[in-house]
Ligand binder design. Structure first.
Ligand SMILES: Cc1ncc(COP(=O)(O)O)c(C=O)c1O
Length: 367
């Protein structure tokens, strides 16, 4: 197998981190876009949380746990170029979205524009509001890989409250031009919310440059709430609702500290390596992976321009679930989405991973 890209050696340089991800001792891991491989640093941070719980009990809230929440907000903020006050922690994308969905006034602007390639949980927030008059407009993708910004623009008008789409589309890995999407929304006085679940951590995200509203608290008034969203949280006054002045107003109940600590550990890798280096490495791996699967006779469904590709490669297969089982039986952990097997490399992968994964996929009887 020849190296398809001159940046490949740089990508392989990052594989020094691989030793910190024990799953590679027994398996080939190519499913990062579903769940990242567990690194030693995340494991250590979660152990630190359990030790604190054991030794200090609730008194750890007095200082370290409280500080861990602030630390996580500030560090996520740096990853996306937002000040800490623009970050609210939520247990899932669905909960974060519902806080935003409940905050908008749909009386004058009942329309929400989304695309057919977005993750369904995003659409559900507004479909659930159809009985109260919210109109969800779904913009189709002509090639089922990405959605032209012009097609989104054609659906937006002065009745639109919000334009929602993904930075990276989860079934194709295609990168959307979110700055242009935000401009389209703002041109009609609408807000723009971006689902960056598949992009933060693997490609550069700059919310200030993009001008999106998703992580900006200003002007939005949550209608669902919890005590972590309250400025006077510890006065325990059931009569007064005084939201935080910043994005913490979108927070609800006690966060899961195990998840907070796991993320603090994961962020150590992201910060130490840096997003530009992660992007350079994963782009090289992705291009070489695409060349590898093409050379084996597969026809991956990816964006036409390499700069629009992220580290998600979809391979059309007649029975994707059976292929994923066949891969797993050969020690390759991948995933499927309708009609496709999905390989998603990250900085800890090396060429040998997808060369072997591709060989295994090709070895499936009657593929
Ligand atoms: C693009 C995208 N958005 C959101 C989610 C998950 O949403 P939630 O955190 O509500 O489970 C996923 C999960 O894979 C996803 O790919």
């Amino acid at each position: 197998m020849t190296l398809a890209s001159s940046v490949q050696p740089r990508a392989l340089g990052l594989a020094k981190y691989r030793g910190e991800f024990p799953i590679f001792r027994d398996s080939i891991y190519l499913n990062t876009c579903s769940l990242g491989a567990l690194g030693e640093r995340s494991r250590r941070k979660v152990a630190e949380y359990l030790d604190l719980w054991q030794s200090r009990g609730a008194s750890a809230w007095y200082d370290v746990w409280w500080e861990a929440l602030g630390d996580l907000r500030a560090r996520y903020g740096r990853v996306i170029n937002a000040p800490p006050g623009d970050i609210a922690l939520a247990p899932s994308i669905s909960v974060a979205l519902s806080a935003v969905a409940e905050s908008l006034d749909y009386k004058r602007r009942p329309k929400v524009v989304i695309t057919s390639l977005d993750f369904p949980t995003v659409a559900y927030q507004w479909l659930a509001k159809a009985p109260s008059g919210v109109e969800l407009v779904v913009v189709e993708s002509p090639d089922r890989i990405s959605v032209p910004v012009d097609a989104i623009a054609a659906a937006v008008d002065d009745r639109t409250a919000l334009v929602v789409t993904s930075h990276v589309y989860f079934t194709t890995g295609a990168i959307q031009d979110i700055k242009r999407v935000a401009e389209v929304a703002h041109g009609h006085g609408a807000l723009c919310l971006i689902d960056a679940y598949q992009s933060v951590g693997q490609i550069p995200v700059d919310v200030q440059d993009a001008g999106v509203d998703a992580l900006v608290a200003g002007g939005l008034k949550p209608r669902i709430s919890g005590w972590f969203g309250q400025r006077e949280q510890f006065t325990f006054d059931p009569r007064a609702l005084t939201f935080h002045d910043d994005a913490r107003r979108f927070e609800m109940g006690t966060p899961s500290l195990a998840a907070v600590y796991a993320q603090l550990g994961g962020l150590e890798y992201i910060e130490e390596i840096g997003i530009p280096a992660i992007r350079e490495a994963t782009a090289a791996l992705t291009e070489d992976l695409i060349a590898t699967v093409r050379a084996a006779g597969f026809k991956p469904k990816v964006a036409a321009e390499p700069e629009r590709r992220s580290a998600i490669v979809m391979i059309p297969m007649p029975d994707p679930a059976a292929s994923v089982h066949h891969l797993a039986a050969g020690g390759v952990i991948a995933d499927s989405r309708p009609g496709h097997v999905r390989f998603s490399p990250f900085f800890y992968n090396v060429q040998d991973d997808y060369v072997r994964a591709t060989e295994r996929l090709a070895s499936q009887p009657a593929h």
